[in-house]
Design a protein around this ligand. Sequence first.
Ligand SMILES: Cc1ncc(COP(=O)(O)O)c(C=O)c1O
Length: 416
Amino acid sequence: MDFFNYRDDGVLCAEDCALPELVAQHGTPLYVYSRATIERHWQAFDSAAGEVPHLICYAVKANGNLAVLNLLARLGSGFDIVSGGELARVVAAGGDPAKVVFSGVGKTAEEMRYALELGILCFNLESEAELERLNAVAGELGKVAPISVRVNPDIDAGTHPYISTGLKQNKFGVPIERAIALYRVAAKLPHIQVTGIDCHIGSQLTELEPFLASMDKLLVLIDRLAAEGIRIHHLDVGGGLGVNYGDENPPHPEQYAAALKARLTGRDLTLIFEPGRAIMANAGVLVSKVEYLKAGEDRDFAIVDAAMNDLIRPSLYSAWMNIVPVNKALVREPKRYDVVGPICETGDFLGKDRELTIAAGDLVAVRSAGAYGFSMSSNYNARPRAAEVLVDGDTAHLVRQREPLEDLWRLEKVLP
Ligand SMILES: Cc1ncc(COP(=O)(O)O)c(C=O)c1O
Protein backbone atom coordinates (compact mmCIF):
# COMPACT_ATOMS: atom_id res chain seq x y z
CA MET A 1 0.00 0.00 0.00
CA ASP A 2 1.26 3.43 -0.82
CA PHE A 3 0.02 6.97 -1.21
CA PHE A 4 0.42 7.23 -4.97
CA ASN A 5 -3.04 7.09 -6.49
CA TYR A 6 -4.97 8.35 -9.49
CA ARG A 7 -7.38 11.20 -8.85
CA ASP A 8 -10.89 10.96 -10.33
CA ASP A 9 -9.75 12.98 -13.35
CA GLY A 10 -7.07 10.38 -14.16
CA VAL A 11 -4.06 12.30 -12.84
CA LEU A 12 -1.53 10.46 -10.69
CA CYS A 13 -0.91 12.08 -7.30
CA ALA A 14 1.61 11.69 -4.52
CA GLU A 15 -0.61 12.06 -1.44
CA ASP A 16 -2.53 15.27 -2.30
CA CYS A 17 -0.03 16.63 -4.81
CA ALA A 18 -0.65 16.14 -8.52
CA LEU A 19 2.52 14.98 -10.25
CA PRO A 20 2.10 17.30 -13.30
CA GLU A 21 2.13 20.29 -10.93
CA LEU A 22 5.34 19.10 -9.28
CA VAL A 23 6.88 18.67 -12.71
CA ALA A 24 5.77 22.15 -13.77
CA GLN A 25 7.76 23.47 -10.82
CA HIS A 26 10.78 21.19 -10.74
CA GLY A 27 11.08 19.61 -14.19
CA THR A 28 11.96 16.03 -15.08
CA PRO A 29 13.42 13.56 -14.33
CA LEU A 30 12.05 13.99 -10.82
CA TYR A 31 12.03 11.68 -7.82
CA VAL A 32 8.91 12.12 -5.68
CA TYR A 33 8.61 10.56 -2.22
CA SER A 34 5.65 10.32 0.14
CA ARG A 35 6.19 11.12 3.80
CA ALA A 36 3.08 9.23 4.91
CA THR A 37 4.22 6.09 3.11
CA ILE A 38 7.74 6.22 4.58
CA GLU A 39 6.37 6.67 8.08
CA ARG A 40 3.76 3.99 7.70
CA HIS A 41 6.28 1.45 6.44
CA TRP A 42 8.66 2.18 9.31
CA GLN A 43 5.83 1.94 11.81
CA ALA A 44 4.75 -1.40 10.31
CA PHE A 45 8.12 -2.84 11.39
CA ASP A 46 8.01 -1.13 14.75
CA SER A 47 4.54 -2.33 15.65
CA ALA A 48 5.20 -5.80 14.22
CA ALA A 49 8.20 -6.16 16.54
CA GLY A 50 5.87 -4.99 19.32
CA GLU A 51 6.83 -5.89 22.84
CA VAL A 52 10.08 -7.63 21.91
CA PRO A 53 13.04 -5.32 22.60
CA HIS A 54 14.07 -4.15 19.16
CA LEU A 55 15.72 -1.49 17.07
CA ILE A 56 14.99 -0.71 13.45
CA CYS A 57 18.21 0.29 11.72
CA TYR A 58 17.08 1.62 8.35
CA ALA A 59 19.58 0.72 5.59
CA VAL A 60 20.80 4.12 4.42
CA LYS A 61 22.00 2.75 1.07
CA ALA A 62 18.40 2.36 -0.08
CA ASN A 63 17.86 6.12 0.00
CA GLY A 64 20.15 8.45 1.90
CA ASN A 65 18.41 11.76 1.23
CA LEU A 66 18.82 13.90 4.38
CA ALA A 67 15.11 14.67 4.60
CA VAL A 68 14.29 10.97 4.48
CA LEU A 69 16.89 10.14 7.14
CA ASN A 70 15.64 13.03 9.26
CA LEU A 71 12.02 11.80 9.15
CA LEU A 72 13.16 8.36 10.25
CA ALA A 73 15.41 9.77 12.98
CA ARG A 74 12.41 11.68 14.32
CA LEU A 75 10.52 8.39 14.56
CA GLY A 76 13.37 7.03 16.69
CA SER A 77 14.97 4.95 13.97
CA GLY A 78 18.48 3.62 14.04
CA PHE A 79 20.53 3.25 10.86
CA ASP A 80 22.53 0.58 9.08
CA ILE A 81 25.50 2.15 7.30
CA VAL A 82 28.20 0.80 5.01
CA SER A 83 30.59 3.74 4.77
CA GLY A 84 31.90 6.80 6.56
CA GLY A 85 29.92 8.83 4.05
CA GLU A 86 26.66 7.24 5.09
CA LEU A 87 27.54 7.82 8.74
CA ALA A 88 28.18 11.49 7.99
CA ARG A 89 24.78 11.67 6.30
CA VAL A 90 23.08 10.15 9.34
CA VAL A 91 24.76 12.67 11.62
CA ALA A 92 23.94 15.56 9.27
CA ALA A 93 20.30 14.45 9.28
CA GLY A 94 20.09 14.42 13.09
CA GLY A 95 20.36 10.66 13.53
CA ASP A 96 21.73 9.19 16.75
CA PRO A 97 25.15 7.50 16.28
CA ALA A 98 24.37 5.33 19.31
CA LYS A 99 21.73 3.64 17.15
CA VAL A 100 24.01 2.96 14.19
CA VAL A 101 25.26 -0.43 13.04
CA PHE A 102 28.14 -0.51 10.56
CA SER A 103 28.05 -3.26 7.91
CA GLY A 104 30.32 -3.92 4.94
CA VAL A 105 33.37 -6.00 4.04
CA GLY A 106 35.85 -3.19 3.50
CA LYS A 107 35.78 -0.77 6.43
CA THR A 108 38.89 1.41 6.35
CA ALA A 109 40.86 2.38 9.46
CA GLU A 110 39.70 5.95 8.93
CA GLU A 111 36.05 4.90 8.83
CA MET A 112 36.56 2.83 11.98
CA ARG A 113 38.10 5.83 13.77
CA TYR A 114 35.25 8.09 12.77
CA ALA A 115 32.63 5.58 13.94
CA LEU A 116 34.45 4.92 17.22
CA GLU A 117 34.72 8.62 17.95
CA LEU A 118 31.00 9.01 17.40
CA GLY A 119 30.26 5.96 19.57
CA ILE A 120 28.18 3.80 17.25
CA LEU A 121 26.15 0.87 18.53
CA CYS A 122 27.94 -1.94 16.74
CA PHE A 123 30.46 -2.91 14.08
CA ASN A 124 29.21 -5.87 12.07
CA LEU A 125 32.49 -7.61 11.33
CA GLU A 126 32.94 -9.57 8.16
CA SER A 127 36.43 -11.10 8.49
CA GLU A 128 39.25 -12.08 10.81
CA ALA A 129 41.46 -9.32 9.36
CA GLU A 130 38.81 -6.72 10.07
CA LEU A 131 38.63 -7.81 13.72
CA GLU A 132 42.37 -7.38 14.03
CA ARG A 133 42.26 -3.91 12.48
CA LEU A 134 39.35 -2.76 14.61
CA ASN A 135 41.08 -3.89 17.81
CA ALA A 136 44.19 -1.95 16.81
CA VAL A 137 42.30 1.21 15.85
CA ALA A 138 40.19 1.13 19.02
CA GLY A 139 43.40 0.63 21.01
CA GLU A 140 44.98 3.73 19.48
CA LEU A 141 41.94 5.73 20.56
CA GLY A 142 41.77 4.12 24.00
CA LYS A 143 38.30 2.80 23.24
CA VAL A 144 36.45 -0.50 23.23
CA ALA A 145 34.59 -1.38 20.04
CA PRO A 146 31.26 -3.20 20.29
CA ILE A 147 31.02 -5.96 17.67
CA SER A 148 28.84 -8.56 16.02
CA VAL A 149 30.16 -11.13 13.63
CA ARG A 150 28.24 -11.15 10.38
CA VAL A 151 27.66 -14.82 9.79
CA ASN A 152 27.33 -16.20 6.29
CA PRO A 153 24.92 -19.10 6.79
CA ASP A 154 25.24 -20.47 3.23
CA ILE A 155 21.53 -20.19 2.53
CA ASP A 156 20.03 -19.54 -0.87
CA ALA A 157 17.77 -16.53 -0.53
CA GLY A 158 16.20 -17.21 -3.91
CA THR A 159 16.84 -13.73 -5.24
CA HIS A 160 18.84 -12.21 -8.11
CA PRO A 161 22.47 -13.45 -7.94
CA TYR A 162 23.79 -9.87 -7.71
CA ILE A 163 21.77 -9.16 -4.56
CA SER A 164 22.18 -12.53 -2.89
CA THR A 165 24.65 -12.23 -0.01
CA GLY A 166 24.30 -15.33 2.17
CA LEU A 167 25.88 -18.00 0.00
CA LYS A 168 29.39 -19.28 0.58
CA GLN A 169 30.48 -18.05 -2.86
CA ASN A 170 29.47 -14.47 -1.84
CA LYS A 171 32.05 -12.10 -0.37
CA PHE A 172 29.90 -11.33 2.66
CA GLY A 173 30.20 -12.48 6.24
CA VAL A 174 32.21 -15.17 7.96
CA PRO A 175 31.44 -18.81 7.19
CA ILE A 176 29.36 -20.19 9.99
CA GLU A 177 31.98 -22.85 10.83
CA ARG A 178 34.64 -20.16 11.38
CA ALA A 179 32.40 -17.77 13.30
CA ILE A 180 32.83 -19.55 16.64
CA ALA A 181 36.61 -19.38 16.37
CA LEU A 182 36.39 -15.70 15.53
CA TYR A 183 34.18 -15.01 18.55
CA ARG A 184 36.71 -16.82 20.76
CA VAL A 185 39.46 -14.55 19.52
CA ALA A 186 37.26 -11.44 19.80
CA ALA A 187 36.26 -12.25 23.37
CA LYS A 188 39.92 -12.10 24.44
CA LEU A 189 40.90 -8.88 22.69
CA PRO A 190 41.31 -5.86 24.99
CA HIS A 191 39.64 -3.31 22.73
CA ILE A 192 36.72 -5.41 21.54
CA GLN A 193 33.45 -6.15 23.24
CA VAL A 194 31.26 -8.89 21.83
CA THR A 195 27.67 -7.67 21.91
CA GLY A 196 25.76 -9.28 19.06
CA ILE A 197 25.47 -11.54 16.07
CA ASP A 198 24.44 -10.54 12.57
CA CYS A 199 23.30 -11.98 9.30
CA HIS A 200 21.98 -10.60 6.01
CA ILE A 201 21.31 -13.11 3.27
CA GLY A 202 20.13 -10.94 0.41
CA SER A 203 17.68 -8.40 -0.84
CA GLN A 204 14.18 -8.51 -2.34
CA LEU A 205 13.34 -11.78 -0.56
CA THR A 206 9.79 -12.89 -1.17
CA GLU A 207 9.69 -16.01 1.03
CA LEU A 208 10.02 -16.37 4.79
CA GLU A 209 11.83 -19.71 4.75
CA PRO A 210 15.37 -18.46 4.00
CA PHE A 211 15.11 -15.89 6.82
CA LEU A 212 13.95 -18.52 9.26
CA ALA A 213 16.50 -21.10 8.18
CA SER A 214 19.33 -18.63 8.71
CA MET A 215 17.92 -17.46 12.03
CA ASP A 216 17.80 -21.08 13.21
CA LYS A 217 21.46 -21.47 12.36
CA LEU A 218 22.27 -18.28 14.29
CA LEU A 219 20.34 -19.42 17.35
CA VAL A 220 22.35 -22.65 17.45
CA LEU A 221 25.49 -20.55 17.30
CA ILE A 222 24.26 -18.25 20.08
CA ASP A 223 23.73 -21.31 22.32
CA ARG A 224 27.14 -22.69 21.53
CA LEU A 225 28.70 -19.34 22.36
CA ALA A 226 26.75 -19.12 25.61
CA ALA A 227 28.08 -22.54 26.59
CA GLU A 228 31.58 -21.07 26.27
CA GLY A 229 30.65 -18.03 28.33
CA ILE A 230 30.33 -15.65 25.37
CA ARG A 231 27.07 -13.78 25.78
CA ILE A 232 25.19 -12.38 22.77
CA HIS A 233 22.88 -9.46 23.57
CA HIS A 234 21.40 -8.66 20.20
CA LEU A 235 20.45 -10.58 17.12
CA ASP A 236 20.65 -8.52 13.94
CA VAL A 237 18.57 -10.23 11.27
CA GLY A 238 19.67 -7.84 8.50
CA GLY A 239 17.29 -6.44 5.92
CA GLY A 240 16.10 -8.00 2.73
CA LEU A 241 12.34 -8.15 3.02
CA GLY A 242 10.99 -7.82 -0.51
CA VAL A 243 8.33 -5.55 -1.92
CA ASN A 244 5.77 -5.69 -4.71
CA TYR A 245 7.16 -4.32 -7.93
CA GLY A 246 4.52 -6.38 -9.72
CA ASP A 247 2.87 -9.45 -8.26
CA GLU A 248 5.67 -10.81 -6.05
CA ASN A 249 3.54 -10.88 -2.90
CA PRO A 250 6.28 -10.90 -0.23
CA PRO A 251 5.41 -11.44 3.44
CA HIS A 252 4.12 -8.38 5.30
CA PRO A 253 6.43 -7.10 8.09
CA GLU A 254 3.79 -8.38 10.52
CA GLN A 255 4.14 -12.00 9.30
CA TYR A 256 7.88 -11.66 9.02
CA ALA A 257 8.34 -10.32 12.54
CA ALA A 258 5.83 -12.77 14.02
CA ALA A 259 7.77 -15.71 12.57
CA LEU A 260 11.05 -14.37 13.93
CA LYS A 261 9.59 -13.54 17.34
CA ALA A 262 8.14 -17.04 17.68
CA ARG A 263 11.70 -18.36 17.71
CA LEU A 264 12.86 -15.97 20.42
CA THR A 265 10.55 -17.03 23.20
CA GLY A 266 12.42 -17.41 26.45
CA ARG A 267 15.52 -15.68 25.14
CA ASP A 268 16.89 -12.38 26.36
CA LEU A 269 17.79 -10.94 22.97
CA THR A 270 17.22 -7.56 21.37
CA LEU A 271 16.18 -7.86 17.73
CA ILE A 272 17.74 -5.55 15.18
CA PHE A 273 16.18 -5.13 11.73
CA GLU A 274 17.94 -3.46 8.80
CA PRO A 275 15.17 -2.85 6.28
CA GLY A 276 15.87 -0.58 3.34
CA ARG A 277 13.73 -1.46 0.37
CA ALA A 278 10.65 -2.41 2.41
CA ILE A 279 10.54 1.13 3.80
CA MET A 280 11.48 3.16 0.75
CA ALA A 281 10.75 1.35 -2.54
CA ASN A 282 7.03 1.97 -2.67
CA ALA A 283 7.39 5.37 -1.05
CA GLY A 284 8.78 6.86 -4.24
CA VAL A 285 8.29 7.25 -7.99
CA LEU A 286 10.53 8.55 -10.74
CA VAL A 287 8.68 10.90 -13.07
CA SER A 288 9.95 11.34 -16.58
CA LYS A 289 8.85 13.02 -19.79
CA VAL A 290 8.41 11.23 -23.10
CA GLU A 291 10.73 13.03 -25.51
CA TYR A 292 10.02 10.99 -28.62
CA LEU A 293 8.11 7.98 -29.83
CA LYS A 294 10.20 6.16 -32.39
CA ALA A 295 9.02 3.36 -34.62
CA GLY A 296 11.68 0.68 -35.12
CA GLU A 297 11.79 -2.23 -37.58
CA ASP A 298 11.40 -4.75 -34.84
CA ARG A 299 9.72 -2.80 -32.05
CA ASP A 300 8.68 0.70 -31.02
CA PHE A 301 10.61 2.84 -28.59
CA ALA A 302 9.44 5.42 -26.10
CA ILE A 303 12.47 7.64 -25.52
CA VAL A 304 12.11 9.31 -22.13
CA ASP A 305 14.28 11.85 -20.32
CA ALA A 306 15.20 9.53 -17.42
CA ALA A 307 17.95 7.01 -18.02
CA MET A 308 20.09 4.30 -16.46
CA ASN A 309 22.13 6.98 -14.70
CA ASP A 310 18.94 7.99 -12.83
CA LEU A 311 17.63 4.47 -12.21
CA ILE A 312 19.98 1.59 -12.87
CA ARG A 313 17.97 -1.33 -11.50
CA PRO A 314 16.45 -2.42 -14.84
CA SER A 315 19.86 -2.32 -16.57
CA LEU A 316 21.83 -3.88 -13.74
CA TYR A 317 19.51 -6.63 -12.53
CA SER A 318 17.00 -6.84 -15.36
CA ALA A 319 14.61 -5.64 -12.66
CA TRP A 320 10.99 -5.20 -13.75
CA MET A 321 9.55 -1.92 -12.55
CA ASN A 322 6.06 -0.74 -13.34
CA ILE A 323 5.84 2.20 -15.74
CA VAL A 324 2.53 4.05 -15.87
CA PRO A 325 1.19 7.17 -17.56
CA VAL A 326 0.87 10.13 -15.21
CA ASN A 327 -2.40 11.16 -16.85
CA LYS A 328 -4.40 8.14 -17.87
CA ALA A 329 -7.35 10.19 -19.06
CA LEU A 330 -5.48 11.43 -22.13
CA VAL A 331 -6.82 9.77 -25.26
CA ARG A 332 -3.95 7.79 -26.78
CA GLU A 333 -3.63 4.66 -28.80
CA PRO A 334 -2.35 1.79 -26.62
CA LYS A 335 0.91 0.41 -27.99
CA ARG A 336 3.85 -1.69 -26.84
CA TYR A 337 7.15 0.08 -26.33
CA ASP A 338 10.64 -0.45 -25.06
CA VAL A 339 10.99 2.49 -22.67
CA VAL A 340 14.54 3.75 -23.08
CA GLY A 341 16.66 6.70 -22.01
CA PRO A 342 18.99 8.98 -23.99
CA ILE A 343 22.24 7.34 -22.78
CA CYS A 344 24.56 5.79 -25.35
CA GLU A 345 24.26 2.22 -24.10
CA THR A 346 22.03 -0.53 -25.43
CA GLY A 347 21.49 -1.47 -21.79
CA ASP A 348 19.90 1.91 -21.11
CA PHE A 349 16.27 1.00 -20.62
CA LEU A 350 13.66 1.39 -17.90
CA GLY A 351 11.32 -1.28 -19.21
CA LYS A 352 10.87 -3.52 -22.22
CA ASP A 353 7.79 -4.41 -24.19
CA ARG A 354 5.37 -2.36 -22.09
CA GLU A 355 1.87 -1.53 -23.19
CA LEU A 356 1.41 2.21 -22.68
CA THR A 357 -1.04 4.88 -23.78
CA ILE A 358 1.31 7.80 -24.34
CA ALA A 359 2.34 10.51 -26.78
CA ALA A 360 5.47 12.64 -27.00
CA GLY A 361 5.41 15.27 -24.27
CA ASP A 362 3.42 13.10 -21.85
CA LEU A 363 4.70 12.18 -18.41
CA VAL A 364 5.30 8.64 -17.21
CA ALA A 365 6.07 7.44 -13.70
CA VAL A 366 8.27 4.50 -12.76
CA ARG A 367 6.72 3.13 -9.61
CA SER A 368 8.52 1.62 -6.59
CA ALA A 369 11.58 3.75 -7.32
CA GLY A 370 12.08 5.13 -3.80
CA ALA A 371 14.76 2.55 -2.92
CA TYR A 372 18.00 2.06 -4.85
CA GLY A 373 16.90 4.73 -7.30
CA PHE A 374 18.52 8.07 -6.57
CA SER A 375 21.05 6.41 -4.25
CA MET A 376 22.51 4.42 -7.17
CA SER A 377 22.36 7.28 -9.65
CA SER A 378 25.42 8.67 -11.40
CA ASN A 379 26.56 11.41 -13.76
CA TYR A 380 27.22 9.09 -16.69
CA ASN A 381 27.02 10.93 -20.03
CA ALA A 382 27.48 14.14 -18.00
CA ARG A 383 23.88 14.03 -16.88
CA PRO A 384 23.11 16.03 -13.74
CA ARG A 385 21.38 13.99 -11.08
CA ALA A 386 17.63 14.42 -10.74
CA ALA A 387 15.85 16.61 -8.21
CA GLU A 388 14.03 15.00 -5.27
CA VAL A 389 10.73 16.14 -3.80
CA LEU A 390 9.20 14.93 -0.55
CA VAL A 391 5.43 15.29 -0.39
CA ASP A 392 3.64 15.79 2.91
CA GLY A 393 -0.13 15.91 2.38
CA ASP A 394 -0.78 18.81 0.02
CA THR A 395 2.69 20.32 0.49
CA ALA A 396 5.67 19.40 -1.66
CA HIS A 397 9.17 20.10 -0.37
CA LEU A 398 12.12 20.22 -2.75
CA VAL A 399 14.60 18.15 -0.70
CA ARG A 400 17.37 18.07 -3.26
CA GLN A 401 17.66 20.37 -6.20
CA ARG A 402 18.66 19.18 -9.65
CA GLU A 403 22.45 19.16 -9.80
CA PRO A 404 23.66 22.39 -11.43
CA LEU A 405 25.72 21.60 -14.54
CA GLU A 406 28.83 23.36 -13.23
CA ASP A 407 28.84 21.01 -10.23
CA LEU A 408 29.76 18.24 -12.66
CA TRP A 409 33.27 19.64 -13.05
CA ARG A 410 33.59 21.61 -9.82
CA LEU A 411 36.34 19.30 -8.53
CA GLU A 412 38.30 19.15 -11.77
CA LYS A 413 40.94 21.34 -13.32
CA VAL A 414 42.81 21.52 -16.58
CA LEU A 415 46.60 21.49 -16.83
CA PRO A 416 48.35 24.89 -16.72
C1 LIG B 1 24.03 -5.56 5.44
C2 LIG B 1 22.78 -5.08 4.79
N1 LIG B 1 21.76 -4.70 5.57
C3 LIG B 1 20.61 -4.25 5.04
C4 LIG B 1 20.41 -4.18 3.68
C5 LIG B 1 19.12 -3.66 3.19
O1 LIG B 1 18.49 -4.56 2.40
P1 LIG B 1 17.03 -4.32 1.87
O2 LIG B 1 16.99 -3.04 1.18
O3 LIG B 1 16.85 -5.47 0.97
O4 LIG B 1 16.12 -4.37 3.04
C6 LIG B 1 21.45 -4.58 2.83
C7 LIG B 1 21.26 -4.62 1.36
O5 LIG B 1 20.89 -5.67 0.85
C8 LIG B 1 22.66 -5.03 3.40
O6 LIG B 1 23.67 -5.40 2.62
